[in-house]
Design a protein around this ligand. Structure first.
Ligand code: KIV
Ligand code: ZN
Length: 520
């Protein structure tokens, strides 16, 4: 039986702060997570998966605080099929007006082999874990991880057990991004039609994008009866990412003629949150990304421009305003005041308190002094930069490089480390190499390797800002950051330092996790 909840409403379950943040290098601070959660709630997301409370003290605190601040959304935490996980998860989400526990276990043969459980033993674990969760919370989601590679009969059997034990949502994850649209639809339809009790629960789809089919697979699942789509902003997530929220929401809106399902999301808030997630995660959005890419609404070829001038619908299937893009990106210059800056930043998705605005205004004036015109993109880059260095342990205080045709180049650098200034002069093969050598001399981190160094111009012109992305890798842990400046070398130093700050945070997080594990 196909599931229809009030008027074919599809629930949007956002997991940017859990599956997205789990993506190597995308670690966010507590303040950033609270801010993103607030934006998700305000845009009408139905369920926010706020984190994995047992993973660390930081995750627990983030989920608890997000739960306490949420106004409308259901706040969900993730838990493995273990009593300690489920109880910890409840301790964090119980602060929400509408809490949910999401518990999961890998059910495919490959995943069953890890805890070395046979089918019957695993079925018992599922029964016990869902029962425990349901005794604590009346809203329980259960996921058979790697469902798309689980034997169908076993999948049906364990879903029935989870429903009988009290699960209210059954999520079907395509954990490794292996399925394809027709198969995704067939699986959901088969489960809804054949599992006893299926019509009592909501079926959800959770897809990964390894073969570039996550959105198509999610929409196919909806057409087959799934009424909850799990997704992330910008498709953030491990490997090739998760289903992108903006793609699902806009596909259902633009093609409502053939997919007549409604979401509660205000699509005009999409660009704001997309920019914010890119800034705080350090994962830039690719230029040609559907819906939120810089080029998604740009029409450069002569034929397109001509058509667009005559009738925008010639080449545009949705209006830029529908996703929250303002018509012009030219903003202001050095004479613009604080109120105008606050209003413009709000438009771009950055709501600032008075103190924050004070700091940002100083940075804006510095930028406006160096650039003739300040565009939306410049402000977004500036905000990404200030977000990543705020309150961090290591900051760039002074930098001068000597470079030119004669090698070697040298960098004179002062860093403020935990409040203390430290200076060094180092040489290198080019100015960037010299700067990075100077940072390494002041903050030794021999096990970390530079996994990515990328520069792109924010706008056009020789006074354009450069946004630099840096990714550091240390013992399998990845940390990324972005910084912008009209001086590429300064932007590079700031991005490297910012990634280093995040690496230090990650180290602390995993030390706490190890200590917790040792304590049992
Ligand atoms: O991809 C996956 O299987 C998951 C589960 C924890 C739901 O993220
Ligand atoms: Zn996932």
């Amino acid at each position: 039986m196909t599931q229809t909840t009030e008027q074919d409403r599809v629930l949007i379950f956002d997991t940017t702060l859990r599956d997205g943040e789990q993506s190597p290098g995308a670690t966010m601070t507590l303040a950033e997570k609270l801010e993103i959660a607030e934006m998700l709630d305000a845009m009408g997301v139905d369920i926010i998966e706020a984190g994995f409370p047992i993973a660390s003290e930081g995750d627990f605190e983030a989920v608890s605080k997000i739960a306490a601040q949420a106004r409308n959304a259901v706040i969900c935490g993730l838990a493995r099929a273990k009593s300690a996980d489920i109880e910890r998860c409840w301790e964090a989400v119980k602060h929400a007006k509408r809490p949910r526990i999401h518990t999961f276990i890998g059910t495919s043969p490959l995943h069953r082999a890890i805890p070395n459980l046979d089918q019957d033993q695993m079925a018992e674990v599922i029964h016990d874990s869902v029962t425990l969760a349901r005794n604590l919370c009346d809203n329980v989601q259960w996921s058979p991880m790697d469902a798309t590679r689980t034997e169908e009969d076993y999948l049906k059997r364990v879903i029935e057990i989870a429903i009988k034990a009290g699960a209210t949502t059954i999520n079907i994850p395509d954990t490794v991004g292996y399925t394809a649209p027709r198969e995704s639809a067939d699986l959901i339809r088969m489960l809804i039609e054949s599992v006893p009790g299926a019509d009592e629960v909501v079926f959800a789809t959770h897809c990964h994008n390894d073969l570039g089919m996550a959105t198509a697979n999610s929409l196919a699942a909806v057409e087959a009866g799934a009424r909850q789509v799990e997704c992330t902003i910008n498709g953030l997530g491990e490997r090739a990412g998760n289903t992108a929220l903006e793609e699902v929401v806009m596909a259902l809106k633009v093609r409502n003629d053939i997919m007549p399902y409604a979401t509660g999301v205000d699509s005009r808030k999409i660009m704001q949150i997309s920019r914010r997630v890119a800034a705080v995660s350090g994962f830039a959005v690719q230029y040609n990304k559907a819906i939120v890419g810089k080029n998604a609404f740009a029409h450069e070829s002569g034929i397109h421009q001509d058509g667009m001038l005559k009738n925008a619908e010639t080449f545009e299937i949705m209006r830029p305003e529908d996703v929250g893009l303002s018509e012009t990106s030219l903003v202001m210059g050095k004479h613009s005041g604080r109120a105008a800056l606050r209003a413009k930043l709000k438009d771009l998705g950055f709501e600032l308190g008075d103190n924050q605005l004070k700091d940002v205004f100083v940075r804006f004036k510095e930028l406006a002094d160096r650039k003739k015109e300040v565009f939306d993109e410049d402000l977004v880059a500036m905000m990404a930069d200030s977000a990543s260095t705020q309150g961090s342990a290591i900051q760039v205080k002074f930098l001068r490089v000597i470079c030119g045709t004669e090698a070697p180049q040298s960098a004179d650098l002062t860093l403020t480390i935990e409040g203390e200034d430290k200076q060094v002069t180092m040489q290198g093969d080019g100015p960037i190499d010299a700067v990075f050598n100077a940072i390494k001399a002041l903050v030794p981190h021999p096990d970390a390797k530079l996994a990515l160094y990328q520069v792109h111009a924010v706008t056009e012109g020789t006074d354009a800002q450069a946004t630099v992305s840096v990714r550091l890798e240390e013992n399998g842990k990845v940390s990324s950051a972005q910084a912008s400046d009209t001086d590429t070398v300064v932007a590079s130093a700031k991005a490297y330092v910012s990634a280093l700050n995040r690496l230090v945070l990650r180290r602390e997080k995993s030390t706490h996790a190890q200590m917790d594990a040792a304590a049992g």
